[in-house]
Ligand binder design. Structure first.
Ligand code: PCA
Length: 335
């Protein structure tokens, strides 16, 4: 009979969907189990996604299968920029988004992409601790629940030619992945070209961009050396990915499942920040191995970049209004 031919693997494919990453090896779902779908736009091998899958595994183990979180990577469930709305509307129970993509709805989410105010992971973490209660308040009002956030490695500048100063960036096609990065490109005198992470490899192969600001990790994942062999390690900012859930889906969980999810998310946050630093170091080596020259910027270029950072900060404060003080005052006071 046909159903007897259903192997554990094919059952797993049916249960989890072909594009998803289930946390555990195939197993029959526990009776009454709740399945959450978690959407992300980043690839399965990215350290953020690997961390999500580890979180899902912990939840599944702790709840003995009562709550299963399926991780759908690389836009397979929803396109990156649609994930927040999809989770808010209950089309997916949970999702991950880079915070600077949420600024239209939650302006305070943009604080981590203000360039040159964080000088390492410790600063980025301190900024997150200040941002978190404010973001939580905003998310709660929208029926969303904040689970955790993890920083990307510092954003550096890649180019297909050596850049001696800001003048050399003028007119270049600079990759951007949301309104925030497009604004930075414009301030640098470049022409923003919208390319989501999932399409970066192809855009580089097609020669559609001359320069970009992103991490060493994304440089490696997109094989940046196909067209860009210069990397300026300017530590411009530490964008964070935010993982969140639909508020109703959260409320509907049985208390033990909710506790298990909360515990696993706290662990994922701790682990993710450490993984980010480790992935950054590995990726820098990988860039060099593939012929990317990592160089410091000249004194004048650095000065101009920092001025641009100040300009962007002022812009950001103007745009966000007094709420920006709730972040910047404690952040700069805590230095
Ligand atoms: N990589 C992602 C976001 C930030 C990063 O380092 C990207 O470039 O799309």
């Amino acid at each position: 009979m046909e159903h007897l031919a259903l192997t554990r693997r094919s059952f797993h494919m049916l249960a989890c969907g072909a594009g998803s990453l289930c946390a555990l090896p195939p197993a029959w779902a526990a009776p009454g189990a709740v399945v959450w779908r978690l959407a992300t736009g980043y690839p399965a091998e990215n350290f953020h996604t690997v961390n999500l899958v580890a979180m899902a595994r912990e939840v599944e183990q702790a709840t003995q299968g009562q709550l299963r979180v399926e991780v759908h990577p690389k836009n397979t469930l929803f396109a990156m920029n649609a994930i927040r709305a999809a989770v808010q509307d209950g089309k997916a129970e949970a999702g991950e988004a880079i915070m600077s993509s949420l600024v239209a709805e939650v302006p305070l989410a943009g604080a981590d992409s203000v360039p040159f105010i964080t000088h390492g992971y410790a600063d980025a973490m301190r900024l997150w601790r200040i941002q978190r209660p404010l973001i939580e308040r905003e998310f709660t009002q929208r029926g969303l629940r904040v689970l955790y956030a993890v920083a990307w490695p510092p954003q550096g500048l890649y180019a297909n030619r050596p850049l001696a100063g800001m003048g050399d960036v003028r007119g270049l096609r600079m990759r951007a992945y949301n309104a925030t990065t497009a604004r930075i490109a414009t301030l640098m005198g470049a022409v923003p070209v919208d390319v989501p992470a999932a399409e970066l490899d192809k855009a580089l192969a097609d020669g559609r961009i001359d320069c970009m600001l992103t991490s060493a990790v994304t440089g490696v994942e997109s094989r940046v050396w196909q067209s860009m062999r210069f990397f300026y390690d300017i530590d411009a900012w530490f964008p964070k990915n935010l993982v969140f859930a639909n508020g109703k889906a959260w409320d509907a969980l049985a208390a033990p499942s909710r506790d298990a999810l909360q515990t696993a998310c706290a662990a994922a946050e701790r682990r993710g920040w450490a993984d980010s630093a480790a992935a950054a170091a590995r990726s820098m080596d990988e860039l060099r191995r593939n012929g990317v020259k990592t160089e410091p910027v000249s004194y004048l270029f650095n000065r101009d970049l920092r001025r641009l950072g100040e300009h962007f900060s002022l812009d950001w404060v103007r745009q966000v209004g007094v709420g920006a003080n709730d972040i910047f005052i404690p952040y700069f006071d805590g230095r």
